[in-house]
Design a protein around this ligand. Structure first.
Ligand code: PMP
Ligand code: GLN
Length: 378
């Protein structure tokens, strides 16, 4: 078989989680919580199943969930999406991103991604026949460099993918940066995919600036989020896309022949649970405490933490203690120290090394403490 993705192997997250298990290491690699979602949410899903809500839902998603999503986005970001024509429930953000790319990228189109970036973006663009154009984020801070984005735009640019709060860099776009992006895109017909799966994890009083909150951007954007991140249920794989009606219509054409629909009882359970905004409004404080606990503990190690403004990731520079390339350092950390991490090189095109690895702090306090004890031996 001639591969559609000849450069692609198994994702680094799967590889590192398997290695962590093999060595009984504390897994701070793959991004997922080691604690469960709220029992009220689990009850809501169980109630939906027992109430017989187990057959196909409408193609775009259960109406009550789409209405709850539209209401939340309007309350937080001030943009009103029509729940019937502009919100689509997806099988996680992963499917949302692939479907958005497939519905608008034609062979030969260029798609700009800001590197480092989530590992699915590049292969998604290649599957659509597009060309990946990699623009670096500012080294060290992982902030967007608007001048470099502007310089990368050509008449063939079809789509720009951004991600805030950022995985793996944990940076958060400011309102000024979003406004600058709006100005930059104004004379173009470039579409925007804004991956906002960590929207509720922002720290130190910073706001999450959704592309939905900037009208000019909202008019050309697919906004993507994920309930897996927000409600500590990454295995449920439910997310959504909000986009203007013409974009949503094209999105749904691909969606209906991609997954057709997303599982019914979880959508009903999520709709019921969303009636209370407290769980997502309190998420920032919940994770900020864990971030602080973890960063505090890192002071007793020889690892230097980079800023973490949002997301549940903390990058560290290990250049003071090792010259090993990142992937090798992660294997050493996992096998010899008993803590798994993700090499930052996994988020770049082949070969970019900077002696930085990513930890996920979405873990019980005792898990973080055990990891810190082990890291202090470095
Ligand atoms: N985008 C980013 C930036 C992510 O970190 C993740 C999850 N690791 C996803 C998308 C995919 O989310 P989901 O699990 O809902 O498919
Ligand atoms: N998004 C998660 C991370 O960055 C993992 C998702 C996956 O395993 N593909 O760690």
């Amino acid at each position: 078989l001639r591969s559609r993705l000849p450069q692609v192997g198994t994702t680094v997250f799967t590889v590192m989680s398997a290695l962590a298990q093999q060595h009984d290491a504390v897994n701070l690699g793959q991004g997922f919580p080691d604690f469960d979602g709220d029992v009220r949410l689990i009850d809501a899903v169980n109630d939906a199943m027992r109430a017989g809500l187990n057959q196909y839902p409408p193609m775009a998603g259960v109406p009550a969930l789409r209405a709850a999503i539209a209401a939340k986005v309007e309350a937080l970001y001030g943009h009103r999406y029509d729940a019937d024509t502009e919100v689509t429930v997806t099988a996680g953000a992963t499917q949302a991103i692939l479907t958005a790319v497939l519905c608008c990228v034609h062979p030969g189109d260029e798609v700009i991604v800001l590197e480092p970036c989530y590992d699915s973006y590049g292969p998604n663009i290649e599957l659509a026949g597009g060309t990946v154009v990699r623009v670096p984020l500012t080294p060290g801070s992982f902030r967007p460099d608007l001048a470099r984005i502007a310089a990368a735009i050509t008449p063939r640019t079809r789509l720009l993918i951004i991600n805030t709060p950022h995985n793996p860099g944990a940076s958060v776009w400011t309102r000024q940066e979003m406004q600058q992006l709006a100005e930059l895109l104004r004379p173009t017909d470039v579409l925007l995919l804004s991956d906002e799966v960590y929207e509720h994890m922002v720290y130190d009083g910073r706001p999450h600036v959704s592309a939905a909150s900037v009208p000019e951007l909202a008019a050309r954007a697919f906004i993507v989020s994920s309930f897996g991140k927000t409600y500590h249920v990454t295995g449920w794989k439910v997310g959504y896309v909000a986009a203007p009606a013409p974009l949503s219509a094209e999105f749904r054409k691909v969606h209906q022949f991609n997954v057709f629909t997303v599982n019914t009882p979880m959508q009903h359970g999520l709709a019921r649970y969303m009636a209370d905004p407290a769980p997502y409004l309190e998420l920032g404080a919940f994770y900020q405490r864990k971030r602080d606990l973890f960063r505090q503990g890192l002071q007793a190690t020889r690892l230097s933490p980079l800023p973490s403004e949002g997301s549940y990731f903390q990058c560290v520079d290990y250049s003071a203690l090792s010259d090993l390339p990142e992937a090798e350092f992660c294997r050493f950390l996992t096998a010899e120290i008993g803590v798994a991490a993700i090499p930052l090189s996994a988020f770049y095109a082949e070969g970019f090394e900077q002696r930085v690895v990513r930890f996920c702090f979405a873990k019980k306090d005792e898990t973080l403490q055990l990891a810190l004890q082990r890291l202090a031996r470095l």
